[in-house]
Design a protein around this ligand. Structure first.
Ligand code: URA
Length: 238
């Protein structure tokens, strides 16, 4: 790949900043200054920028605690996106794994690993996605059963069996607090499942996706790289 792309992928700066730095001789390949941004590198070389070695990492993984009000897209003209929350200097090939609605909060994995994203999202792999929600009304045993059997949604499609667990309730406010486990990610799936049983989702937060659990110390709007343990747990999904 081009030398400027290598450095941009590794977060060393914007393509424009890097072109200037390269022209000024600040970048060395195997110890020699290279002033051509299009110089071809394979990732086997020792590449340094301003004296600092920049090793190549093929894949990057971040956990984001998504706040409400941002959209799960790579770019948007009207709204802030989840990638904007990673700051100026993130690599250009990142994308969010699946979509959370604009008003949904919680765990979102951001990566450039397409194969892993597919494994996490494809319903046939049955990766659990766990959400917590506040919903209107009282959740009854019959609702739990309806979720377990697979609900028919407003478009006529059936949602795969899902686990609904009552965590608590506030009868004076007519609100129930629940945990929902699903394997698929149909458009507005959880909201539509509750609609199908005559209830409205008031707040929705994702707390885990397979082995990846939302870090309680990560404030809403913040992101951090995954730990080695988290990455290997994700990679060991069958
Ligand atoms: N289900 C929804 O309805 N919305 C989400 O954001 C995620 C799951």
């Amino acid at each position: 790949m081009r030398l400027d792309k290598y450095l941009a992928d590794m977060n060393a700066g914007t393509r424009k900043e890097l072109k200037t730095a390269i022209r000024r001789g600040l970048v060395t390949v195997d110890g020699k200054a290279v002033r051509d941004a299009g110089f071809h590198v394979t990732g086997e070389e020792t590449i340094s920028f301003d004296g600092e070695e920049i090793g190549y990492q093929a894949f990057a993984y971040y956990m984001l605690n998504k706040p409400a009000g941002v959209i799960s897209a790579t770019e948007d003209r009207r709204h802030k996106t989840v990638l904007d929350l990673l700051g100026e200097r993130h690599r250009r090939d990142l994308f969010p794994v699946g979509r959370l609605d604009i008003d949904t909060t919680g765990l979102l994995l951001i990566t450039n690993d397409g194969a892993l994203a597919h494994r996490l999202l494809a319903p046939k792999h049955h990766v659990d996605k766990v959400y917590r929600a506040a919903v209107t009304g009282a959740v009854a045993e019959s609702d739990i059963l309806a979720f377990a059997q697979g609900l028919r949604l407003d478009d006529g499609l059936t949602a795969m069996p899902a686990k609904l667990r009552l965590l608590g309730s506030s009868p004076e406010d007519d609100v129930s607090f629940v945990e929902i486990t699903i394997h698929e990610g149909k458009f507005h799936q959880i909201k539509r499942m509750f609609e199908a049983i005559g209830k409205k989702v008031l707040t929705l937060q994702r707390i885990s996706m397979g082995p990846l659990v939302l870090d309680k110390n990560l404030p809403e709007g913040a992101a951090r790289p995954l730990t080695e343990e988290e990455i290997s747990a994700l990679r060991s999904l069958s």
